[in-house]
Design a binder for this molecule. Structure first.
Ligand SMILES: Nc1ncnc2c1ncn2[C@@H]1O[C@H](COP(=O)(O)OP(=O)(O)O)[C@@H](O)[C@H]1O
Ligand SMILES: CC(=O)OP(=O)(O)O
Ligand SMILES: [Mg+2]
Length: 423
């Protein structure tokens, strides 16, 4: 007897890897129905107290936690692969269509989702100096994934891509043009995958109120560990708060955001600090952490409630900067339909949202106390019904967006694989 063997169905699953300096977030998504099959996080990579938490979503099983030592990203990906395999979703699965990687800096050349070949990987590595906290981890994640599945297309989706539409007057620093061009010193912007996804979801939300998506102006506030604001007109970025690197702009968990560049020379001349030491200070020992010793907004709120003056001041500085950007982008856009909060702090911290727009009724901005306090996982409005400018909370989903873009690319290519892709 012979068993009928039809052509095997085309693979539809995408594994998304978001590799950070000491963590890897991952999701396995089936693009046939956008079902999330598994999600998890490997953290504290390189320490003795590494941990993996894995959510087996396809089986509805219990979250699994593992603790031990993950020496490096290779070890972390091996642990992730093992967790997936335990659910029958191993990396050797023929149902995998692609592995999608979040890559933070794509520079001037890489502005579209791209199948990764040697030249693309070399370009991502070349950009390490302008994304020192992120691109090295992205490169490691890609190399490890390539080793595990050399046959699969590996797709890079860039944080900088969405902002490549910024007009020249927003993207250029006011410094000597020849020097800037010789070294590609300009504003690139980051968190673009999130800003793009959230802008689209916010337009859908406002569209239910009868707004025309092609005429919606938004101020999007992505407030996570890293934080950035963007001014979006009809789905295109007009300005964003991060610049050459993800250090410019808002006050962040451990990054200073905007600072007089002369602070750098001053610390060099007066404190004898090297460029690398100042880099480390501004990226890793500043922001909320530098101001009050904590970078988690939950911890800062707890300390404020207990009367901690340093936590109060850190919060006030964070909010002051945020309000300056709301004002600036209001002026950039001229007319604003909504201010949109997203990411860990933006989605969860009602006091941050309230303080960010407090007293701005003259600009048409206000939040409703009850709506703001009510939690929820759905995109929602938190402004009073009468508000001229809406305030919204829109959960971001960088992983789904990366999966969408990766899958679209590999299914559009003539023959999926590095030869068939864009580049
Ligand atoms: N319930 C909450 N209240 C206040 N802040 C929160 C809450 N939940 C998460 N956060 C904040 O979100 C931050 C992480 O945001 P996230 O978007 O996950 O960041 P990243 O992707 O950069 O790691 C944490 O540092 C924490 O301050
Ligand atoms: C670009 C950036 O700041 O990313 P993250 O918020 O993940 O650190
Ligand atoms: Mg994030």
């Amino acid at each position: 007897m012979t068993t009928p063997t039809g052509p095997s169905p085309a693979p539809t699953r995408v594994l998304v890897l978001n590799s950070g300096s000491s963590s890897v977030k991952y999701q396995l998504i089936d693009m046939a129905d956008r079902a999330r099959l598994a999600a998890g996080l490997a953290e504290r990579i390189g320490e003795e107290t590494s941990a993996v938490s894995h959510q087996p979503l396809s089986t509805g099983g219990e979250k699994r936690e593992w603790q031990g030592e993950l020496a490096d990203h290779d070890a972390a990906l091996a642990a992730i692969a093992q967790e997936l395999a335990a659910d029958g979703l191993g990396l050797d699965s023929p149902e995998l269509a692609a592995i999608g990687h979040r890559v933070v800096h794509g520079g001037l050349k890489l502005t579209e989702p791209t199948v990764i070949d040697d030249a693309v990987l070399a370009e991502i590595e070349r950009l390490v100096p302008v994304a020192p906290l992120h691109n090295p981890a992205n490169v490691t994640g890609i190399r490890t994934a390539q080793r595990l599945r050399p046959d699969l297309p590996q797709v890079a989706v860039f944080d900088t891509a969405f902002h490549s539409s910024m007009p020249e007057h927003a993207a250029r620093y006011a410094i000597d043009v020849e020097t800037a061009d010789a070294h590609r010193v300009r504003r690139y912007g980051f968190h673009g995958t999130s800003h793009a996804y959230v802008s689209r979801k916010a337009a859908e939300l406002l569209g239910r109120d009868g707004k025309d998506a092609a005429d919606i102006n938004l101020i999007v506030l992505h407030l996570g560990n890293g934080a950035s604001a963007s001014a979006v007109r009809a789905g295109r970025c007009e300005d964003t708060s991060m610049g050459l690197t993800p250090l410019e702009g808002l006050v962040m968990g451990t990054r200073s955001g905007d600072i007089d560049p002369a602070v750098v020379f001053h610390l060099g001349r007066v404190a004898g600090m090297s460029a690398d030491e100042v880099d480390d200070l501004l990226n890793k020992r500043s922001g909320l952490l530098g101001l009050c010793g904590a970078n988690d907004m939950r911890e800062i709120r707890r300390r404020m409630d207990a009367g901690d003056a340093a936590a109060r001041l850190a919060f006030d500085i964070y909010i002051h900067r945020l309000r300056k950007y709301i004002g600036a982008y209001y002026a950039v856009l001229g007319r604003v339909d909504a201010v949109v909060f997203t990411a860990g702090v933006g989605e969860n911290a009602a006091p941050v949202r309230e303080a960010a727009v407090a007293g701005l009724e003259e600009l048409g901005l206000a939040v409703d106390g009850d709506l703001n306090a009510a939690g929820g996982k759905e995109a929602r409005l938190i402004s009073p019904a009468s508000a001229r400018v809406k305030v919204a909370v829109v959960p971001t989903d960088e992983e789904l967006e990366i999966a969408e873009q990766s899958y679209a690319l590999v299914t559009a290519s003539p023959g999926p694989g590095p030869e068939g892709g864009a580049g």
